[in-house]
Design a binder for this molecule. Structure first.
Ligand SMILES: [Zn+2]
Length: 399
């Protein structure tokens, strides 16, 4: 993602983007000016949504948050339940493995040879049809090994783009007690300098999001109980064409939900989470201490007024509660250039996270220098810990 975000930055246009990065933040703070002018109460929100059932009022919320909680059904909690949740979340947070994140990133960027079904290859890009097929066979095998059910979903695309007439999304399902679903969606396609797309390994955009997603699945597959069904999705044609694969998946899942009678509860998106502007002195004035902040976007801040403040509050609660170093900048971005946006369009609560000052990243999309050299593994770990822990809360995961 981020092509249009980058373009806006280059042009000096701030419309649709309310950046919080230059402010002096306190941990846990949700900026009031990050809300769309006509957003909040009037808009559907995660916990106030009619799609929520009585079993899920607190899945996205922190204890500190009271006003929204009062709007939803109150669930009687068994004694010790909060403690159990805290223990489970602590376990998830501590289970995020830096070395495994690195291994996954190396797998995804050609650093490691991959063997699937007797074939050995390296995933050097995710632009060419053959390279994308290699990625998919790797990703599917990983999820099958975790015990997930894997589906490949095709949709038509213009043959002139990369020489294929179909795009291919892949979905891996880890069932929960309820078929109501939490979607963790990340795009796998990449671009690069025009004509040199196959030279771009796309480490940050969105190898980082894929590695984080795969690490979440590794941890969640070991849980003793999942309240909701998890759907991990690697989307095609987010980057090559804007959101075509994400739109196709959102529509597919909406049809499945209607046909089979389950709810799509929320969509969570990791996009560009491992590049550090501090490492290259590109953060701009007013930045917080190095590698201590990143962005979470759950509102559009534009005429569409997509706004899910409960997700922002829950996310900030997790960061505040568990992370010793990181804080979250919650902001609005209506650019519509990454995976979660397709869910906003169908009325499903959704959000995306990305690195601090992602719009200043000079190594993504058509700049084509998105390599492991520009990855900050510790920064990536600290963001992953928070995102994966929040995702475990959304899915009602217990250890
Ligand atoms: Zn992206």
């Amino acid at each position: 993602m981020r092509l249009s975000f980058f373009a806006l930055s280059v042009l000096g246009i701030a419309a649709g983007i309310v950046a919080c990065s230059s402010q002096t933040d306190q941990p846990g703070e949700v900026h009031e000016d990050a809300r769309p002018p006509n957003g909040d109460e009037a808009s559907p929100s995660f916990d106030a949504s009619p799609s929520q059932d009585a079993a899920s009022p607190d899945t996205a919320l922190g204890e500190a948050q009271t006003t929204v909680e009062a709007q939803v059904p109150v669930e009687a909690h068994a004694p010790g339940e909060a403690q159990a949740r805290g223990d489970s979340e602590n376990h998830v947070f501590d289970s995020v493995d830096k070395n495994h994140l690195l291994k996954l990133l190396q797998d995804l960027t050609g650093g490691n040879p991959i063997t699937v079904n007797g074939a050995t290859f390296r995933i050097t890009n995710r632009w060419a049809p053959g390279a994308k097929a290699d990625f998919r066979s790797y990703w599917k095998q990983y999820f099958v090994d975790l015990g997930a059910t894997v589906n490949e979903l095709t949709f038509p695309v213009a043959q002139s783009l990369v020489g294929e007439s179909q795009g291919h999304n892949v979905e891996a399902i880890l069932p929960g007690r309820s078929a109501d679903s939490v979607v963790i969606i990340v795009h796998y396609d990449s671009v690069g300098i025009t004509g040199q797309e196959t030279a771009n390994p796309a480490a940050d955009d969105d190898g980082s999001g894929l590695a984080m997603q795969m690490e979440a699945a590794r941890i969640f597959a070991q849980s003793k109980d999942r309240a909701y069904t998890l759907r991990f999705v690697a989307a095609d044609y987010e980057e090559i064409t804007t959101l075509q694969g994400d739109d196709a998946y959102a529509q597919y899942l909406q049809g499945e939900a209607q046909q089979k009678g389950f709810k799509i509860l929320v969509a969570s998106d990791n996009d560009q989470t491992a590049w550090s502007c501090w490492d290259e002195a590109l953060c701009g004035p007013g930045a917080p201490a190095a590698n201590t902040s990143f962005q979470m976007i759950s509102c559009s801040g534009d005429i569409h007024a997509y706004s899910y403040p409960d997700l922002a509050m829950g996310f900030v609660d997790v960061a505040t509660k568990y992370s010793p170093t990181m804080k979250v900048d919650t902001s609005c971005d209506g650019a519509g250039d990454t995976d979660h946006y397709s869910f906003w369009k169908i009325g499903v609560p959704a959000y995306v996270i990305d690195e601090y000052s992602a719009n200043k990243n000079p190594h993504f999309d058509d700049t084509g220098d998105d390599t492991m050299q520009h990855i900050n593994l510790d920064y990536f770990l600290h963001i992953s810990q928070i995102q994966i822990t929040f995702q475990s809360r959304l899915a009602g995961i217990k250890f």
